[in-house]
Design a binder for this molecule. Structure first.
Ligand SMILES: [Zn+2]
Length: 106
């Protein structure tokens, strides 16, 4: 169990960055597919864009799922088998995702 506030802050920033990247990748799905259909009209192009997007999504999902809590060193989003991305606190020690921003709550 880490109590170093600097390390906890760095770890939480990393988790927030990964989560933000995941939501951005999810959010660009429809615009990029729509733009690909609009400008190319090719099924092959749409398939390639989808595969590239899916690989990016898979990488982001894995990065978020296996992010470790900077306080207790367990997986931040996984307690049993399935990751729960919507939780904004560690499923093991309860550390808030914004604990470093909401100072003195660590
Ligand atoms: Zn924890």
């Amino acid at each position: 169990m880490t109590t170093n506030l600097y390390q906890i802050g760095m770890g939480l920033r990393s988790i927030r960055r990964r989560r933000k990247m995941l939501w951005i990748v999810i959010g660009i799905y429809f615009p990029q597919i729509w733009l690909t259909i609009e400008f190319s009209g090719s099924n092959t192009a749409v398939t390639i864009v989808f595969i590239v997007w899916f690989i990016m999504l898979w990488n982001c999902v894995m990065l978020v799922a296996f992010a470790k809590c900077p306080s207790c060193d367990n997986y931040f989003h996984i307690k049993s088998f399935f990751p729960t991305y919507h939780k904004r606190h560690c499923l093991h020690c309860g550390l808030s995702l914004r604990a470093d921003l909401d100072s003195k709550s660590i």
